[in-house]
Design a protein around this ligand. Structure first.
Ligand SMILES: [Zn+2]
Length: 72
C-alpha cells in the first residue's frame, strides 16, 4: 500500500476573518489528489473542492500547514 500524507492547514475567511483548520489526506490512488477529511465549523467544501466560508460564501484563504504526518 502506498504511503499517504495527512496534513492540517490553517484557513481564514477574507471577508469576516473567521479562522479555522482543515485536515487533508492524500488520495489512496497516489495521483496527488487530496481529500478534505475534516473542516472547522463555519467552513464548507464547495463544488470545486475548495474551502469556503459558510457565512460569506467566499473562498477561504489557506494559510500555512500546521502539521503533517505520514500514514502507512
Ligand atoms: Zn466569512
Amino acid at each position: 500500500m502506498a504511503k499517504r500524507e495527512r496534513f492540517v492547514t490553517h484557513l481564514t475567511c477574507p471577508e469576516c476573518a473567521l479562522n479555522g483548520t482543515a485536515a487533508w489526506e492524500e488520495d489512496a490512488s497516489g495521483n496527488l489528489e487530496t481529500t478534505i477529511k475534516s473542516l472547522s465549523d463555519g467552513f464548507k467544501i464547495g463544488p470545486d473542492g475548495e474551502t469556503y466560508c459558510t457565512e460569506c460564501g467566499v473562498k477561504a484563504i489557506a494559510g500555512r500547514t500546521l502539521s503533517r504526518s505520514e500514514m502507512k
